[in-house]
Write a new protein. Structure first.
Length: 90
């Protein structure tokens, strides 16, 4: 494999998007944002379908992993995610 190859696998791209989504929500906390606002914040006013879909999948997967809550229209970090973030900042 060429060491200069900077192409990502789909799994690596998904992990990078999940990381970016979680960081963004932790940074915005305690401000409440809905999914549409999060997409706009991360991808601009008129994101391509693929970018919007990646962010939506990241929210779904982070929710499944217990790091986010999707409460009604809002997306918020869980207490576990907030505590982990506090520990990293020390």
């Amino acid at each position: 494999m060429d060491e200069t190859d900077d192409s990502w696998t789909p799994a690596a791209e998904d992990a990078a998007t999940e990381s970016a989504v979680l960081r963004q929500l932790l940074e915005l906390h305690p401000v409440l944002v809905n999914l549409a606002e999060l997409v706009r914040e991360m991808a601009g006013e008129s994101p391509a379908f693929a970018r919007r879909d990646a962010i939506e999948r990241a929210v779904r997967d982070l929710t499944g992993a217990g790091l986010l809550h999707s409460h009604e229209t809002f997306v918020i970090p869980t207490r576990a995610a907030l505590r982990f973030n506090e520990l990293l900042d020390r």
